[in-house]
Design a protein. Structure first.
Length: 684
């Protein structure tokens, strides 16, 4: 029997093919939805005499002279003429083939920006095409697509046109549900890829054209459908029903707390308790401004879970924040007979094994730590509640790993996520549409207001003088720097240098240093000295951004503030104002400021309201950056703008439940078309 012919190996991929894959252009619909950044007008010819400086145009003329000149450098100079005048084309980089192509008497169609040089009108490195008198002009504007160095526009245009022709663009939505005045999806895409010469460049650029509006609506609808579907699928899962026992740990904790809950804290604690009592997994976001008291609400939720006979895990993004939670929760819960385990990367050897055994046996009712909590070796006897602090710092896979700790029991733990970065309303309606959101919208009584002042680098000595006076009066001060050590690439004042300078400028004051490269033991020792009041000034990097709570610290200096994000600046500022003393945050910047830098510092000076800060941050950065790891790097909204397109978002949000209930096949196809596998990111 003859041997079967071997399957030939697949042909190697070209550089453009690899580049397209990197851009995610895998399906025909991906190509159809790869929209132009801008357009070039190759539909008309402008007379040479009518050229205006700096304006991109297309001209056509005959070569009257072509020669290479050796001036300061070797150049190819080509002079062309039409009926109205002459134009010089200058090429500083060229090939012999180009020189041959533009020989005398050749007819050229030239596209570029004109300028007035020493020899009259000229274009430098224009795009040139050899034509004859009968070569037709383009019938539509020429698209310029997002690309890369390995992906030429000509190749990409051909690929997009081919994908657009093959893509299934039939209408998936029932008649009458698309907002009035918008074209079909197919017509919208045809228009955006090949606009007619009469198209409004402004409407194309600002995405206000009805064709753009249709795409935005479709995208928002797919996103809303995906969120709603994830929420409904989660409702079918089973979680342990957790109810606090009368006279149990929950009531004991409330009685033992050395303070009264605020009205907002009591409200959200009750919302969470009602969630936990249901046999469906909780998926709730607890948001509150810096210092609003989210930790005690998390402790009350943990008490409910433990009362019901289950374990709780609390995961924080940094050891400093995890340790802050650990100290508070141990202080509140251990006197009530609770055992707390501590798991971070720095816990090693026998101590680590002891913690792992306590979690696996159920002896530890509460496990607190960093990413170490979700490692495969960490087993729980009965994990009923997972609390994730600063949830935007964790990726999708990390959150799913924590949820999977109950897989062996065919149950899902309840999931409570916390964030000190309040979510603007439009973002809550999109990226968090599948979450229940609880908001602590008041600060505990006795908190002092924070005044924010902005100074240029030249005023640094004045700031040091103010610190000297504040320290003499018994105040404690944070000084935050962006870097630990010198960097040749970025000229910023570093933490170690600043520590040395302040130590010299503040004789008699104890100045400490805290940064991410220190060992956990050294960090803990420095923080203990600062917390106790033995240290007056703490020079730190952004490791103190979250979690550090020193009520006596009333002055915060942030150096090179223009280099920090707005949410990060707000978090850092929240380290002061935690006591009854009036507090000040000083932002020092190095001019010149970019527009973004100006907007950030202006927002910080004008408001301490976390929700207003979040709204402005969303405007500055856009949802992709604002959300961080929620998307695990996948941009879920490419076209819609959450501020500008709020009416489309409201319409999509209203339509999603009806479409899912009455047209489930169309809803599923809509999600596949727009999100593909990205819909999975929304389930974590």
């Amino acid at each position: 029997m003859p041997e079967a012919a071997a399957t030939p190996p697949p042909a190697p991929k070209s550089a453009p093919q690899k580049a397209m894959e990197k851009l995610g252009l895998l399906r025909d619909i991906d190509l159809a939805l790869h929209l132009p950044l801008r357009y070039e007008d190759e539909t008309r010819i402008t007379p040479i005499a009518a050229l205006r400086e700096g304006e991109p145009v297309q001209v056509e003329g005959v070569v009257i002279d072509c020669q290479v000149e050796l001036r300061s450098r070797r150049q190819l100079l080509v002079r062309v003429k039409d009926d109205s005048g002459t134009l010089l084309l200058r090429f500083l980089h060229f090939y012999p083939s180009q020189q041959k192509q533009m020989s005398a008497a050749a007819r050229l169609r030239i596209r570029g920006e004109a300028r007035v040089g020493f020899f009259g009108r000229e274009m430098v490195h224009p795009v040139v095409k050899v034509v004859d008198e009968d070569t037709p002009l383009a019938q539509a504007l020429t698209p310029v697509y997002p690309a890369s160095a390995q992906l030429p526009q000509a190749y990409l245009r051909k690929a997009v046109a081919s994908g657009l022709a093959r893509a299934d663009l039939r209408e998936l939505l029932p008649a009458g549900v698309v907002p009035r005045g918008l074209p079909s999806l197919k017509d919208a895409l045809q228009y955006l890829h090949h606009p007619p010469p009469s198209a409004s460049q402004q409407a194309l650029h600002d995405h206000s054209h009805p064709a753009w509006q249709r795409l935005k609506f479709e995208e928002l609808l797919a996103q809303q459908l995906s969120q709603l579907q994830a929420q409904r699928e989660r409702a079918l899962l089973v979680a342990p029903a957790l109810k606090a026992k009368p006279g149990g740990l929950h009531e004991g904790l409330l009685a033992a707390l050395p303070f009264q809950l605020t009205t907002a804290q009591a409200r959200v604690a009750e919302e969470i308790a009602q969630d936990l009592a249901r046999p469906q997994p909780t998926h709730r976001l607890l948001q509150g401004d810096v210092g609003s008291g989210k930790t005690v609400v998390a402790a009350l939720a943990a008490a409910v879970a433990i009362d019901a006979g289950w374990q709780c895990a609390l995961m924080a993004p940094t050891e400093i924040l995890a340790e802050q939670h650990f100290r508070k929760l141990v202080q509140w819960l251990e006197p009530l007979g609770l055992q707390v385990a501590w798991l971070t990367g720095s816990v090693k050897g026998k101590t680590r094994q002891k913690m792992l055994d306590a979690a696996a046996s159920g002896e530890a009712q509460l496990v607190i730590g960093t990413h170490a909590v979700i490692e495969d070796k960490v087993k729980f006897a009965r994990l009923g509640l997972a609390v994730i602090d600063e949830q935007h710092r964790f990726g999708v896979a990390q959150r799913l790993a924590l949820r999977n700790k109950l897989k062996s029991m065919a149950l899902e733990p309840h999931l409570l996520m916390m964030s000190a970065t309040p979510i603007p309303r439009t973002l809550a309606m999109t990226y968090f549409a599948d979450l229940d959101v609880s908001t602590i919208d008041e600060l505990p009584p006795g908190r002092s207001p924070i005044v924010t002042k902005v100074f240029t680098e030249s005023k640094r000595h004045d700031v040091v003088d103010k610190i000297r006076m504040a320290v003499a009066d018994g105040a404690q001060v944070y000084w935050v720097c962006p870097l630990v050590e010198e960097s040749e690439a970025v000229d910023l004042r570093n933490a170690t240098e600043t520590h040395a300078e302040l130590s010299a400028e503040l004789p008699g004051a104890r100045v400490g240093l805290l940064h991410g490269r220190m060992s956990p033991a050294d960090k803990a020792a420095v923080m203990a000295q600062f917390s106790s009041g033995a240290m007056s000034v703490l020079v730190a990097t952004t490791v103190i951004e979250v979690g550090v709570d020193v009520p006596n610290a009333s002055l915060m200096v942030i150096e090179h503030a223009e280099r920090f994000g707005l949410a990060q600046l707000h978090q850092l500022r929240g380290r002061v104002g935690r006591g009854s003393v009036a507090s000040v945050c000083v932002l020092i910047y190095s001019p010149p400021l970019s527009d973004t830098g100006k907007a950030r510092l202006k927002a910080m000076a004008e408001t301490t309201d976390g929700f207003e800060i979040a709204r402005r941050d969303l405007n500055i950065r856009g949802p992709g950056e604002f959300m961080g790891s929620r998307q695990s790097g996948a941009e879920l909204l490419r076209f819609a703008d959450l501020q500008e397109d709020a009416p489309l978002l409201v319409a999509a949000r209203a339509l999603a439940p009806e479409l899912l209930d009455r047209h489930p096949a169309a809803a599923a196809a809509q999600v596949r078309r727009w999100l593909g596998t990205k819909a999975e990111y929304l389930k974590a």
